[in-house]
Design a protein around this ligand. Structure first.
Ligand SMILES: Nc1ncnc2c1ncn2[C@@H]1O[C@H](COP(=O)(O)OP(=O)(O)OP(=O)(O)O)[C@@H](O)[C@H]1O
Ligand SMILES: O=P(O)(O)OC[C@H]1O[C@H](OP(=O)(O)OP(=O)(O)O)[C@H](O)[C@@H]1O
Ligand SMILES: [Mg+2]
Length: 285
């Protein structure tokens, strides 16, 4: 029987959330510290703990079958690698930044300038599209230091809170694109392994859906139920059950997490009482 080989980041920002996702998929991994390969006990899966930057090549060569990577890494090093699923964590931007004293107007600032970055392919493509000529300094990390030590006039790097830019006297000039963790696969994946990937992806989708919704239970007078149902359409339609007390019903449904508080306010205004909400572990439509 074949085994699916998944690469995840050995240590760093993607490691914990990637392992958590596999755990929520019901996959338990026997992993001892410092071991770079581990086997799952209850799913035909081998986990390889690697450096992010190395993973695209392993996928291209079919050494590993699938991986969890930042979209930014695919853009930089894995042009042929498809996004199988967006995973919703490690959200960040890849941006151009300049010293905060610069009177930045538009991208033409970078014409003839020196830019420090770890993302040279991404930057080259971006500036080519914008018809800007600049020189690059490739550095592996702590890119934000470059303008301060006179190495560059600007940088291209990951921005999340903006704290690192601020602490180093820089400001964001252009957002090149947004990135998040994604599941990707090898271009040479066998049909047999694709079946395993489909099985894993089904589990991941159930988790991601569950994360995006909340389960809600509430009590309402019968004459308000119709209005309440209008604001909480649910998966198919809400469950409405009679309460022991005459004239009252219990309504059960799911609501999107990003509209949670607005919907709760509406429900209260419509006369809902005893509102309980809870997280959803998995959700299959
Ligand atoms: N500040 C941040 N906020 C949110 N996501 C981030 C942030 N910095 C990086 N990321 C995302 O997490 C990924 C991993 O970043 P991390 O800094 O842990 O690894 P790396 O230095 O790029 O790679 P390596 O595994 O080779 O050390 C990045 O590719 C990006 O997608
Ligand atoms: O906008 P912020 O929230 O400050 O995050 C951005 C910083 O986070 C990342 O670095 P990381 O901490 O991963 O260090 P690294 O350079 O060693 O990878 C990135 O390279 C930025 O420096
Ligand atoms: Mg980093």
């Amino acid at each position: 029987m074949s085994t699916l080989k998944i690469a995840i980041q050995k240590s760093g920002r993607l490691n914990e959330d990637s392992l958590q996702l596999l755990k929520e998929c019901g996959i338990s991994i026997d992993h001892r510290n410092a071991q770079l390969k581990a086997t799952a006990r209850n799913f035909p899966l081998e986990v390889f703990y690697l450096r992010n930057g190395d993973i695209p090549q392993y996928l291209e060569d079919g050494v590993v079958d699938i991986a969890i990577l930042g979209e930014n890494t695919l853009i930089e090093k894995g042009e042929n690698l498809p996004i199988v699923e967006r995973l919703g964590f490690s959200k960040c931007k890849v941006s151009l930044a300049v010293p905060k004293g610069v009177d930045y107007k538009d991208i033409s600032y970078f014409e003839g300038k020196r830019i420090a970055t770890s993302y040279t392919n991404t930057l080259e493509k971006y500036l080519k599209e914008k018809k800007i000529n600049a020189t690059f300094h490739k550095i592996a990390g702590s890119v934000e230091i470059a303008p301060n030590i006179g190495l560059a006039d600007g940088i291209c790097d990951i921005v999340s809170s903006g704290g690192t830019l601020f602490a180093n006297g820089l400001k964001e000039a252009e957002v090149m694109f947004w990135s998040e963790a994604v599941l990707t696969k090898s271009p040479v994946l066998s049909a047999e392994k694709q079946v395993l990937l489909d099985k894993l992806q089904f589990r991941i989708q159930a988790i991601l859906k569950g994360r995006a919704f909340r389960y809600v239970l509430l009590n309402a007078p019968n004459n308000k139920v119709e209005d309440i149902i209008k604001v909480i359409p649910g998966m198919k339609s809400p469950t409405v059950l009679p309460l022991a007390e005459e004239g009252w019903s219990s309504v059960h449904t799911v609501i999107p997490k990003d509209k949670f508080w607005e919907i709760l306010d509406e429900l209260k205004a419509l006369g809902a009482e005893g509102i309980l909400t809870t997280e959803i572990e998995k959700m299959v439509l």
